[in-house]
Write a protein that binds this ligand. Structure first.
Ligand SMILES: [Zn+2]
Length: 514
């Protein structure tokens, strides 16, 4: 009975929310966020511009476990979440909500889905989904501004669009309109966020606590080199701004044993590094180039992870060769070795099935290198059919212009159709049709023959032949596209650092998200 009585005013509130604000006028909901000195708890005052939504949502179901207390300002009623939803019945126009949550949850049942949450020495990486109660969606003329009030000496790293003062200092963040259930992470700690401007992009880097401590200069050189390599795709870095979180764990037998990309807010890069490795190993490592290459595509849904992983696996070698991080012959060799691993891994498993079972069965090699093989074949065929007018690089450049900042997870079939439209060919859809359900690893013999790549007798390695019908395309693949010179500020010619002691075979499987 009580529940039914409540429904009517809620329905009215919903109507009020739907009324459009005057054209051009931004409705800005203001969140003031504070943490305690020990980084145990977060407190939020959320004030709404006009009518509040009838409820707020969190990305993780664990948000209800983390929530210590929530009250509408000026009332004594304690709000209780229903799962990942927090009703705001009774809130007046321009009203405020106050709540407190644990920064990290111990023994959460659902785990924040970013996978980033952890304590790093005195610093903390939080899963936004466990503490940010926000409107489910935002209208065109609506945003949430988050302002952090932090104890002396503490800083924040956040993935949203930075609002800056006249001196360029960050004063707040705008949440933006990516879906509420795209994972995001915010770090708090005694670090100082530093910025790297490269390839037309600004990387906002938080280097968290490490033992041994990490030289900023190592991180700066490593990330700059990787971003420059990625900018050889089409002359600039794919996004304008990105949050970068570097966690020095001093573990693992390679410089960057684990990394992933998150998409909530603006794209974010998370790297776990072994700071005991020398700078030279970081400067030729594949991981940062792989992760940054993910940003060349919009968010592709998890069921089609072969597409995003395939692109990153293909480009981790191509772009490093272009940037001089890897000799060209070595890049081809590494790709060939990757294809061999993909072929031998889970033979008889279709691409769709391997992708579905990727995390459960450890089918990473099959998924990553099957996807890479398709993109390699597509790149070769597009170059040939368009007489060099198009390549994977130019198509990704054009994709950036139309589709990179989207708010939907793409299906591979749609994204491939888009690439066909951009190239004026049917190359991608043909490959999709032929391979998505096939249980045989793609046969690369014809692609190799056209490019003048000859497998040796055992098939274990390859040689670059002096002849082949499309041998110029082989060279073009490993060169920065002509007419796409790097933006000012980058340092051509790209590095000439000799690859010393290749630390890891490319394509090591890791839980690598989005
Ligand atoms: Zn990846």
């Amino acid at each position: 009975m009580y529940g039914r009585d409540l429904r009517f005013p809620l329905f009215l509130a919903g109507l009020l929310c739907a009324l459009p604000a005057p054209a051009g006028e931004l409705r800005l909901h203001r969140y003031t966020v504070g943490v305690d000195e020990a980084l145990q708890q977060i407190s939020v005052r959320a004030c709404f511009d006009g009518p509040a939504p009838h409820s707020l949502v969190a990305e993780s179901l664990d948000a209800s476990l983390a929530l210590a207390e929530a009250r509408i300002e000026g009332t004594r009623t304690r709000l209780e979440p229903n799962g990942a939803e927090l009703g705001l019945a009774g809130m007046q126009d321009d009203g405020c909500l106050n709540y407190r949550s644990a920064l990290l949850i111990h023994g959460g049942r659902h785990q924040g889905s970013s996978g980033a949450a952890r304590r790093v020495g005195p610093d903390v990486v939080t899963d936004v989904g466990t503490w940010l109660w926000r409107p489910r969606s935002l209208a065109q003329n609506e945003d949430v501004e988050l302002r952090f009030i932090l104890p002396q000496g503490l800083s924040v790293s956040a993935p949203w669009t930075a609002v800056r003062d006249a001196q360029g200092g960050i004063t707040a963040y705008r949440l933006g309109r990516t879906p509420h259930d795209w994972p995001a992470a915010v770090a708090f700690g005694s670090f100082r966020e530093r910025e790297i401007d490269t390839g037309g992009a600004r990387l906002r880097v938080a280097l968290l606590h490490g033992a041994p401590a990490v030289e900023w200069d190592l991180v700066r050189q490593w990330l700059t080199r990787a971003a420059e390599a990625v900018s050889t795709s089409y002359g600039r870095f794919p996004v304008d701004e990105a949050q970068v979180v570097v966690v020095p764990g001093a573990r693992g037998d390679e410089p960057v044993p684990w990394a992933f990309v998150l998409r909530g807010g603006r794209p974010a890069l998370h790297f776990f590094i072994n700071q005991r490795e020398p700078l030279a190993a970081f400067m030729v490592d594949w991981t940062a180039v792989h992760e940054m290459s993910h940003l060349l595509l919009p968010y592709v849904r998890a069921e089609d992870a072969w597409l995003s992983e395939g692109l990153a696996s293909y480009y981790q070698n191509v772009l490093r060769a272009r940037a001089g991080m890897l000799p060209v012959a070595e890049a081809w060799q590494r790709m060939h070795a990757g294809f061999r691993r993909g072929m031998r891994s889970m033979p008889g498993t279709s691409l769709a099935a391997a992708t579905e079972r990727m995390h459960r069965d450890g089918a990473y090699m099959r998924v990553y290198w099957y996807g890479a093989a398709l993109l390699f074949m597509a790149d070769q065929r597009v170059r040939e059919r368009t007489q060099g007018r198009h390549s994977l690089d130019t198509l990704l450049r054009d994709l950036r212009a139309c589709c990179l900042g989207g708010r939907q997870a793409w299906q591979a079939v749609r994204l491939f159709a888009k690439l066909d439209q951009l190239s004026g060919t049917g190359v991608f859809s043909e490959l999709y049709e032929q391979h998505i359900a096939s249980t045989r690893f793609p046969d690369l013999a014809e692609t190799y023959r056209r490019l003048g790549i000859g497998p040796n007798a055992s098939g274990e390695s390859i040689e670059l032949l002096a002849q082949g019908p499309r041998i110029a395309d082989r060279d073009a693949i490993m060169s920065p596209p002509s007419g796409m010179s790097p933006p000012a500020g980058m340092s051509p010619p790209f590095g000439t650092l000799a690859p010393t002691g290749m630390s890891a075979p490319s394509g090591i499987a890791r839980p690598d998200q989005r």
